[in-house]
Design a protein around this ligand. Structure first.
Ligand code: HAS
Ligand code: CU
Length: 560
C-alpha cells in the first residue's frame, strides 16, 4: 500500500537534493494548527445542521457554548479564517521555497510571524469561547465584541503580511541569482496570491484600527456601520480568492503531474493569476447590494467587475480540463470521453481535487447569480448564500486542501499515509454529503429561509421548509463523517504509520511552457500599478460618498 505508486509515476526530479528543514517545520506547524481548527469548526457545523432539523443540542453544551450564535461564530472563524489562513501560509512557504529551490531568507522572521499569528489566534479565541465576541465572522458594527477579538484577528492579518514580505525577499534573492529565467509557475502563483491578499487586506486593517478597535476599547462610543461594512467587504471579497488561489496552484502545477500528464498552458495560467491580481479587489460592493447609503451606480460598476473576475476562473476551467485530458490520454484513454476513465480515480489525491472542481462549477454558477444585481435581491441573506459558500470555500478549497494533505503530510512527517482506502471514502463522502447539503440550502434560500438563523427553534418556520431542513442535517452529518475520517487518517499517519523516505513535491511540466510566456507576465510593477488604479477608480468615489453622506452615530451593541 504505497502512496507513491499512483501519484508519482509521471517523472522524477533530477536536481540535487537540498535541505528544507526549517521550511518543512514551519509548514508543519501552520498546517497542524489549520487542521485542528478545522476539526473543531466542522464539529460545530454538524451541530448547526442538527439544529436546523429540530435537534437542538446547544442546551446540552451550555457551560461551554451558550447559544447557536456563539457556535456559529466559532464555526465561521475556525473554518473560513483559521483553517484557510494557516493552511495557506504553511502551504505557500513550502511551495515557494521548493519551486525556487531557495531557502527562506528570513527564517527567524518566519518563526516570529508564526508566534505572532498564534498569539493573535489565542487572543481572538478566548473572547469567542467566553461568549464575549458572538459577532459571527463578519463582526459587523454596531455589534461590539471584546477588544481582544479584534486585536487578535488584526495580529493574524499582520502575520500574513510578514509572510508576504518573507516570500518576496526570498524571490528577490532567487532573482539576483537568476536574472533572466522566468519565475517557476508555482512560486509565481504563490507570490501573486500573497501580493493580492496583502493589497486587499488593507481594508479590514483600516476598519479594525479606525472603527472597531477604538469602539471596543471605549475610545469612541459610536461607529459608522456603512463605512465599516464597506471596508470589511473591500477585503471580504478578495479574501475568497486568497482561499481559492492556493487550490488553483495545486490544480495547475501539481494535479496534471499527479494525474500522469502535463499542464496544458503555463502562459495562460500566469495570465489567469495576473487577472486575479488586478480584478479581485475592485468589486466588494456585490456583498452590499442591499445596503442603504451607497449610490446604486457604484454597485452596478462593482457588479460589472465581478463578471470580469469570472474570466480567470473560466480560463482555469479550460486549462485544468485540458490538462486532465492530456493526462487521461497519456494514460491510454481514447475517444471523446475515454480519457476520463483513464484518470487515476483510485488515487484520492487526484480524485478529491477533481470532485472539488466539479462542486466548484456549481458554486461558481451560483456566484454569478449572486452577482446579478436583481437576482441578488432574491438570494441575499438567505440560506442560498450558505449553500454557495459551502461549494466554494467549503469544497473547491477545503476538499482540495484535504486532498493535498494526503501527500503533503506524509511528505512533511516522513511517514506513509495511514490508509488510502479511508482517504478514497473520505473524498467521495464529502462530495455526496456536500451535494445533499448545499442543494437543500439553495432550495431553502429560494423559499426565503434566512441564513445565520437558529431555524429549528424559530416560531415562524413554514411547513414547506420542514421538508428540506432534515436534508440539510443529513448532508451535514455526511460531511462530519467525512471530516472525522480525514482527521483520523492524518492522526494515524503521524502516530501509527511506518516511516517512508521523503518524496519530491509534485511539479507538473507544461505542454506550452514558461518560454512561451511574454516577458511582461513575469514583471510585477505594471500589474501592481493596474491593480492600484482599478481599486482607486472603483472605491475612491464610494468612500468619498460614504464619508460625505453617512455619520458615525451607531452606538456599540451587545445583541447576544
Ligand atoms: Fe462568492 C458570497 C459572487 C466565488 C465565497 N461567496 C460569498 C460568501 C462567501 C463566498 C464565503 O456577487 C458569503 C459571504 C458572507 O458571509 O456574506 N462568488 C461570487 C462569484 C464568484 C464567487 C461571481 N465565492 C467564490 C469563491 C469563494 C466564495 C471562490 C470562496 C472560496 N459570492 C458572490 C456574491 C456574493 C457571494 C455576489 C454575495 C451574496 C450576498 O448577497 O450576500 C466567482 O469567482 C465564481 C467563478 C467560478 C467558476 C467555476 C470555474 C470552475 C473550475 C473547475 C473546472 C474543472 C472541472 C473538472 C469541472 C465560474 C475552475 C472537470 C473534470 C473532469 C474529469 C472532466
Ligand atoms: Cu464576493
Amino acid at each position: 500500500m504505497s502512496m507513491r505508486q499512483p501519484v508519482y509515476h509521471a517523472a522524477t526530479e533530477s536536481a540535487a537534493p537540498m535541505s528544507f528543514h526549517t521550511e518543512d517545520r514551519l509548514a508543519s506547524w501552520h498546517i497542524a494548527i489549520a487542521v485542528i481548527a478545522l476539526a473543531f469548526g466542522m464539529t460545530l457545523g454538524f451541530f448547526q445542521g442538527l439544529e436546523h432539523a429540530g435537534m437542538d443540542i446547544y442546551p446540552a453544551l451550555k457551560p461551554f457554548i451558550q447559544s447557536y450564535y456563539q457556535g456559529l461564530t466559532l464555526h465561521g472563524v475556525l473554518n473560513v479564517l483559521v483553517w484557510t489562513t494557516f493552511f495557506i501560509c504553511g502551504f505557500l512557504i513550502y511551495v515557494t521555497t521548493r519551486s525556487l529551490r531557495t531557502n527562506l531568507v528570513g527564517p527567524k522572521i518566519a518563526w516570529l510571524t508564526l508566534v505572532l499569528m498564534i498569539v493573535g489566534l489565542v487572543m481572538a479565541a478566548v473572547p469567542i469561547l467566553t461568549n464575549s465576541a458572538t459577532v459571527l465572522f463578519t463582526f459587523y458594527p454596531p455589534m461590539k465584541a471584546d477588544p481582544f477579538f479584534y486585536i487578535g484577528l488584526t495580529l493574524v492579518v499582520i502575520g500574513t503580511w510578514l509572510v508576504t514580505l518573507n516570500l518576496t525577499l526570498t524571490w528577490r534573492a532567487w532573482r539576483a541569482r537568476n536574472p533572466v529565467e522566468k519565475t517557476p509557475l508555482a512560486a509565481f502563483m504563490s507570490l501573486v496570491t500573497m501580493a493580492m491578499w496583502s493589497i486587499a487586506s488593507v481594508g479590514i486593517a483600516i476598519e479594525m484600527l479606525v472603527i472597531v478597535i477604538p469602539m471596543a476599547v471605549g475610545l469612541t462610543e459610536f461607529s459608522n456601520p456603512v463605512l465599516a461594512r464597506t471596508l470589511f467587504w473591500f477585503t471580504g471579497h478578495p479574501i475568497v480568492y486568497f482561499w481559492l488561489l492556493p487550490a488553483y496552484i495545486s490544480w495547475y502545477t501539481m494535479v496534471p503531474r499527479q494525474a500522469g500528464g502535463k499542464l496544458f498552458s503555463d502562459p495562460m495560467a500566469r495570465v489567469s493569476f495576473l487577472l486575479f491580481l488586478v480584478l479581485s479587489t475592485p468589486l466588494g460592493l456585490h456583498h452590499q447590494v442591499s445596503d442603504p447609503g451607497i449610490l446604486p451606480v457604484f454597485k452596478a460598476i462593482h457588479a460589472v467587475v465581478t463578471f470580469g473576475v469570472f474570466f480567470p476562473s473560466l480560463m482555469t476551467f479550460f486549462n485544468v480540463v485540458a490538462s486532465l485530458e492530456n493526462s487521461g490520454r497519456h494514460n491510454g484513454g481514447k475517444g471523446l470521453f475515454g480519457w476520463i476513465f483513464r484518470l487515476p480515480w483510485k488515487d484520492p489525491i487526484v480524485t478529491g481535487q477533481i470532485l472539488a472542481m466539479w462542486l466548484f462549477v456549481f458554486g461558481g454558477i451560483g456566484g454569478l447569480i449572486n452577482a446579478s444585481y436583481q437576482l441578488n435581491q432574491a438570494v441575499h441573506n438567505t440560506a442560498w448564500i450558505a449553500g454557495h459558500f459551502h461549494l466554494t470555500v467549503g469544497s473547491a478549497v477545503t476538499l482540495t486542501f484535504m486532498a493535498v494533505t494526503y501527500w503533503l503530510v506524509p511528505n512533511l512527517s516522513g511517514r506513509e499515509l495511514f490508509s488510502i482506502g479511508m482517504a478514497r471514502w473520505q473524498v467521495w463522502i464529502w462530495f455526496i454529503g456536500m451535494i445533499v447539503f448545499s442543494n437543500n440550502l439553495h432550495r431553502l434560500g429560494l423559499m426565503d429561509v434566512p441564513r445565520r438563523t437558529a431555524l429549528g427553534s424559530a416560531p415562524y418556520i413554514l411547513p414547506e421548509w420542514r421538508i428540506y431542513l432534515p436534508w440539510v442535517a443529513l448532508g451535514g452529518a455526511l460531511l462530519f463523517i467525512s471530516g472525522v475520517l480525514y482527521i483520523l487518517n492524518l492522526a494515524f499517519t503521524l502516530w501509527g504509520s511506518p516511516r517512508a523516505a521523503p518524496i519530491p513535491m509534485p511539479m507538473a511540466r507544461a505542454i506550452s511552457g514558461p518560454d512561451h510566456a511574454p516577458a511582461i507576465v513575469d514583471r510585477w510593477r505594471p500589474w501592481l500599478a493596474v491593480a492600484a488604479v482599478l481599486i482607486l477608480v472603483a472605491y475612491l468615489p464610494v468612500f468619498v460618498q460614504i464619508l460625505l453622506t453617512s455619520a458615525s452615530n451607531a452606538p456599540g451593541l451587545r445583541v447576544w
